[in-house]
Structure formats: structure tokens, C-alpha cells
Design a protein around this ligand. Structure first.
Ligand SMILES: CC(C)(COP(=O)(O)OP(=O)(O)OC[C@H]1O[C@@H](n2cnc3c(N)ncnc32)[C@H](O)[C@@H]1OP(=O)(O)O)[C@@H](O)C(=O)NCCC(=O)NCCS
Length: 314
């Protein structure tokens, strides 16, 4: 019998240091008005001494607590990150040790699409019957790979982590998942180093990324709803990757989906890459907007490009 992968716990964490648009004005030729109008971002959190693993540990422990399970019960940990603490070992193994788990643990890299890729991967383990409880985490400290003198990228990103615990369930859970990559867009959004041990910074053709993100995410949302045979009216919430309010609104408009039913955190978090979807989801769950039984669409796109969607019944 087909098993579903159901979310039974959520958690998130943001480092305490707040950097507002006004703070950025001090060192960059930019303004709060420009950033807010073009992106929707007002402030973001930035790590000081915290590692990617440190952020993930707090988010994971909160998700385990809500799921009411002990880390020793986990069968697998998947950590989506673009900013691992070391080239090796995987940051997921540091997380495993820190939370007291003993299961296999690996990192997954699909930049801002990392979370939908990680959920899709985790679902396969549950459907195959090879795992019952999986911790899926998105944790990123994008501030480490930003050129703080580049106003076109430094304003966009923030740091944080989000996590969910998936459990095998006979009745409901992930209804559909879909992932894609097209490597021809490498130069549109990348870290500009040539070798893995050479330091580089994010460089981006913002206009091109914007246009492609709207096209890919709108078409994918339509495809997902069609394949699941549900209308946008039957969707309770959209929890999109939090990159730009204009990208999110354009996708919602194309679906004829009201913005009141879109969970938005980018005003306070900025783009936290693989962490943005689980951070926003946890926010909506903990403030009581997203309820058990709700149908929720996750969507994300990132460098590569890679993009994907996951439709769930919570
Ligand atoms: C980056 C982004 C906000 C730029 O907005 P935009 O409306 O496309 O702006 P443009 O790049 O066309 O730049 C318009 C002008 O603003 C300037 N500008 C760029 N960044 C600026 C900043 N932070 N403050 C003030 N002015 C800025 C540009 O230099 C340009 O000036 P010019 O007209 O004199 O040449 C937008 O393209 C975007 O969000 N793209 C998607 C990025 C993204 O989501 N990346 C992550 C994907 S996971």
C-alpha cells in the first residue's frame, strides 16, 4: 500500500542580529524605499558566531518537540544547504551528533530550491518503506557568501533555519512533488569561484532571474494543481520561497490566488535560501493560520536553475 509522508512537527530559528534596510544604507548606495519597493524586504537576520549547524540544531529540536518524538527515533536526516560549515563532513552529520540521533544523515544542495528537493527526496524513502521518521532541514548562512559592497545582492539575503519531521502515514501527507533542473542558466545566478576551496561571492543577473522565476513558478503551480485535480480555490495556503514580493504576487495573480492566503515572511527574514520555505511554514503553523487538514503548496526556485513544488495535506 502506498504510504504518505506526513509533516508531524515544524520548527525554525533565526539568529538574533537584525540588519535593517537603514543599516545597509550606511555602507551601500541604496535606500529603504528602493529595497522595500523592489523586493518587499525590510530587514533580515545575520549570523555573528553561529554556524549553519547551530541554526539547524535549534530549528530541529523545536520540530522534534512538536512531533513529540526523540532524535533517537529518526531513520534519516536530510539537510538542504548551500553554506555547509565545512567541505566535509556533511553538516547533516554534525547536526545528527548535536541532537543525539544515530541515523544516516546527508546534505543536499539545490540552493533556494533545496527545501523542495529535500522534501521530495525524503518522500521517496518513506514511500519505499525504508524510513518511517525523517528530519528534513533547510539551514543557510547566505551572509557568508555575499559581497557586502554589491548593492544588487547584499540587500536580498538573510540567515536562518527551518525544519520539519516527516512520518509515514496511511491516510495523507505529501500529495505530489515535482522537481526540475536546467543547468544552462549557470551564469545567471552563481558563486563566482572556480574551485571549491576558493572563496567566492554571489553574482546575479537580477532581471533575468526575476523573469525566469515568475515563468517557471507560475507554470509549475498550474501544472501541480492540474495533476492533482484541484482548483486554486481548494488550496488553503501557498508557502513560496521568499525571494521577492513581486515574484510571489505575480505567481499568485496568474493562479488567481488571493495574497491573504500566501504566507509571507520575507519582510522580516529576506531570502534565507533553503530555509525560507520551512521558516515561513513554521511561522504560519505556530501563529495558527495553517491548520491540520489544510492543503498547502510549497514552491521554490534557485541557482542552476533548479525548481520544484510540493503539495501537502497537513
Ligand atoms: C534584484 C532585483 C530586486 C532588482 O530589481 P529590478 O527592478 O530588476 O532592478 P534593476 O536590476 O533593473 O535595476 C534598476 C536600477 O536600480 C539600481 N539598483 C540595483 N540595486 C539597487 C539597490 N540595492 N539600491 C538602489 N538602486 C539599485 C540599478 O543599478 C539600476 O540602476 P540604473 O537604472 O541606473 O541602471 C530584482 O531583479 C530581483 O529581485 N530579481 C530576482 C532576484 C532573486 O530573487 N534572486 C534569488 C533567486 S533564488
Amino acid at each position: 500500500m502506498n504510504k504518505f509522508a506526513r509533516i508531524i512537527g515544524t520548527g525554525s530559528y533565526l539568529p538574533p542580529k537584525v540588519v535593517t534596510n537603514a543599516d545597509l544604507e550606511k555602507n551601500l548606495d541604496t535606500s529603504d524605499e528602493w529595497i522595500a519597493a523592489r523586493t518587499g524586504i525590510k530587514e533580515r537576520r545575520i549570523v555573528t558566531n553561529e554556524s549553519t549547524c547551530d541554526l539547524a540544531v535549534v530549528a530541529s529540536n523545536k520540530a522534534l518537540e512538536m512531533a513529540n518524538i526523540n532524535a533517537s527515533e529518526l531513520d534519516l536526516i536530510i539537510l538542504a544547504t548551500t553554506t555547509p560549515d565545512k567541505i566535509f563532513p556533511a553538516t547533516a552529520t554534525m547536526l545528527q551528533n548535536a541532537i543525539g540521533a544515530s541515523c544516516p544523515a546527508f546534505d543536499l544542495q539545490a540552493v533556494c530550491a533545496g527545501y523542495v528537493f529535500a522534501l521530495t527526496t525524503a518522500e521517496q524513502f518513506i514511500k519505499a518503506g525504508s524510513a518511517n521518521k525523517i528530519l528534513v532541514v533547510g539551514s543557510d548562512a547566505m551572509s557568508r557568501i555575499l559581497d557586502w559592497n554589491d548593492r544588487s545582492t547584499a540587500i536580498l539575503f538573510g540567515d536562518g533555519a527551518g525544519a520539519v519531521v516527516l512520518s509515514s502515514d496511511q491516510d495523507t501527507g505529501i500529495l505530489h512533488s515535482d522537481i526540475f533542473s536546467d543547468g544552462k542558466y549557470l551564469s545567471s545566478l552563481q558563486v563566482n569561484n572556480n574551485f571549491i576551496n576558493e572563496t567566492g561571492f554571489i553574482e546575479m543577473a537580477g532581471n533575468e532571474v526575476y523573469r525566469i522565476a515568475v515563468n517557471k513558478l507560475s507554470s509549475l503551480a498550474e501544472k501541480t494543481l492540474k495533476e492533482c485535480n484541484i482548483s486554486s480555490d481548494e488550496l488553503d495556503w501557498m508557502v513560496p520561497h521568499q525571494a521577492n514580493i513581486r515574484i510571489i504576487s505575480a505567481v499568485a495573480k496568474r493562479l488567481n490566488f488571493p495574497m491573504e492566503k500566501v504566507i509571507l515572511t520575507l519582510d522580516k527574514h529576506g531570502n534565507t535560501s533553503a530555509a525560507s520555505i520551512p521558516l515561513a511554514f513554521d511561522t504560519g503553523v505556530r501563529d495558527g493560520r495553517i491548520k491540520k487538514g489544510d492543503t498547502v503548496l510549497f514552491e521554490g526556485i534557485g541557482g542552476g536553475f533548479s525548481w520544484g513544488s510540493v503539495l501537502i495535506k497537513f
